[in-house]
Design a protein around this ligand. Structure first.
Ligand code: COA
Length: 150
């Protein structure tokens, strides 16, 4: 069974996943910041095992930014990432947002496009040397229930 933990501030499980995925797997050196103490943080669990995380930042009352989306390697390709992003978009909506934005790793654009995000202006910038592009989505209440294929 998939369950969610949505908290203000980072949890030990979110930290563990981000260390594993962004630092060990992708080589990021500066993964954590002071915002981690105050931003909304999601962790998904499969039968009690932490499988993915993401965090949500208010930019302005109508715009929320989705950040640090990470699925542990052994749980990829099962729509866990999709579930994680959709959950955060729905939370943003319930907090009053009309739009979600994100700074996507350039090779992950297709993943976000499958969720309805669009490239903003195509300009590429770099985060610790990795190319990123800005994407956005106008959000509306999703009627479809989330499902993970496992
Ligand atoms: C990117 C990531 C979050 C995708 O999570 P996931 O659970 O494997 O993705 P899903 O199963 O929900 O995939 C949904 C669709 O996105 C696409 N997709 C998935 N991973 C992708 C990737 N790495 N690159 C491009 N497209 C991808 C697939 O087309 C998939 O549709 P399909 O089922 O028709 O093949 C996951 O691979 C991950 O955590 N990667 C490492 C961390 C990272 O790079 N995070 C993103 C930072 S911007």
């Amino acid at each position: 069974m998939v369950t969610e933990k949505f908290t203000v501030g980072i949890t030990p499980d979110a930290r563990l996943i981000r260390e594993e995925v962004f630092m060990q797997e992708q080589g990021y050196k500066h993964e954590f910041d002071e915002l981690d103490n105050s931003l909304w943080t999601l962790v998904l669990y499969l039968d009690g095992t932490p499988i993915s995380t993401g965090r949500l930042k208010e930019i302005d009352p109508e715009t929320y930014q989705i950040e640090r989306i990470a699925v542990r390697k052994q749980f990829r390709g099962m729509k866990v990432g999709s579930y994680t992003v959709k959950y955060l978009c729905n939370k943003a909506l319930s907090l009053g947002a009309r739009k979600c934005i994100l700074h996507a790793q350039a090779d992950k654009v297709h993943f976000y496009e499958t969720l309805g995000f669009k490239i903003r202006d195509g300009e590429i910038d770099f985060d610790e040397g990795n190319p990123h592009v800005w994407m956005y989505k106008v959000i509306v209440k999703s009627k479809r229930k989330f499902r993970v294929n496992y």
